[in-house]
Write a protein that binds this ligand. Structure first.
Ligand code: ZN
Length: 363
């Protein structure tokens, strides 16, 4: 898993070392992140071998002669870029005012799988013994992984002193299939590096079959753009969102939505979206649900929501309501849109996508 532990500075010729000291089969776990200034970044991750100069989870920095130089001059060996292009769509780097963040290393389309990763530490949040459970599992991890986890952000650190509890509370992410009675959270090293936005361009989805978290682009993203997820339900006005982020992660959001000068229209729309979303669950009338689903889809479009999980929810309710009302014109439209959103949120093989595929196929 990629995480920055230290940054030994290497000369330009040394950057060829990454592929040369490891077999190419190992090097596909390298990530390239050559964006800032005159530096080329290579993130070596999860190498199978050991003791050959580049350790797993080390970030190597090689100074290049000019901005944009991506190939290692004079090397007959395959360039780092080629290995990276085969496997990695993102890089981790310092984001001004935010600490570390994740940047797109290439243009992405809505529905592209940006990365997938297995959890490093899982725990049941319902259990009274949760923190003991975590401590026990943490103690059993290799020391390098312990360092990786302790390198993550702790919103509750005091005078720079992090605690395992603080890291868990800051970075724990739910990972369980819908409908499970046990509430399970996990720590993911890469996912934890994704910063928050109130209109995020990525979303994550738990893949129960492969026991891994998958991050999907929710919209077209340009190379060099920061990748983000939403830490909270964004169907709230700015003040409420800021309070939630402050209470849970101790930061003030400065995303593009929160930075808007004229935010009254957005606040009003999100407030209405929140009200209608609640009504979607509480209303017993199919006619009402049908109208609300359609209204919500319009509001999401007006608010320019990139994340498609909200649209997906509206499509599900709209589809069920349309069937109950025997509206066989609207039902396939909801099914079609629902399928498109499910593919973007969860990928092709997810149970939710299969369900929407079934809805679409029934017409
Ligand atoms: Zn924001």
């Amino acid at each position: 898993m990629i995480n920055i532990v230290k940054e030994p500075r290497l000369s330009v010729s040394t950057c060829c070392l990454a592929p040369s000291v490891r077999r190419p089969a190992d090097v596909d776990t390298c990530s390239w992140s050559g964006r800032r200034g005159h530096s080329l970044y290579i993130v070596a991750s999860a190498f199978a071998g050991s003791g050959q100069g580049v350790g797993a989870n080390e970030r190597l920095v090689a100074t290049t002669r000019s901005k944009g130089t991506r190939r290692c001059p004079g090397s007959a060996r395959p360039s780092v870029r080629r290995y990276v292009a085969a496997g990695h769509r993102y890089g981790i780097e310092e984001i001004e005012g935010k600490g570390l963040g994740i940047i797109a290393n290439q243009n992405l389309e809505a529905g592209d799988l940006v990365f997938a990763e297995t959890p490093q530490l899982t725990f049941e949040t319902d259990s009274n013994q949760a923190i003991q459970q975590v401590k026990g599992k943490f103690a059993a991890l290799p020391s390098k992984m312990q360092d990786e986890i302790m390198g993550l952000a702790d919103a509750w650190s005091s005078r720079g002193r992090k605690t395992l509890r603080g890291i868990i509370e800051t970075n724990g992410i739910e990972c369980e299939p819908a409908g499970q009675s046990i509430s399970r959270k996990a720590i993911f090293l890469n996912l934890s590096r994704l910063n928050h936005s109130c209109n995020a361009n990525c979303d994550y989805s738990w893949n129960e079959r492969d026991q891994r978290m998958e991050v999907y682009a929710q919209t077209a993203i340009c190379e060099g753009e920061e990748l983000s997820i939403s830490y909270i339900d964004i169907r709230e006005p700015r003040q409420v969102r800021q309070q939630m982020l402050q209470d849970n992660w101790q930061f003030r959001c400065s995303c593009s939505v929160c930075s808007m000068r004229m935010h009254a229209a957005s606040d009003k729309r999100r407030l209405r979206i929140g009200e209608l979303s609640a009504l979607l669950y509480s209303s017993r009338s199919s006619t009402k649900k049908f109208r609300i689903a359609k209204r919500l889809l319009r509001l999401y479009k007006e608010e320019n929501f990139a994340v498609k999980s909200y649209n997906l929810e509206a499509c599900k309710f709209g589809y069920d309501a349309a069937l109950e009302l025997d509206d066989f014109e609207a039902a396939p439209r909801f099914a079609q849109l629902g399928l498109r959103c499910a593919l973007i949120c969860h990928g092709r093989d997810h149970e939710t996508t299969k369900e929407h595929h079934g809805n679409r196929a029934s017409f």
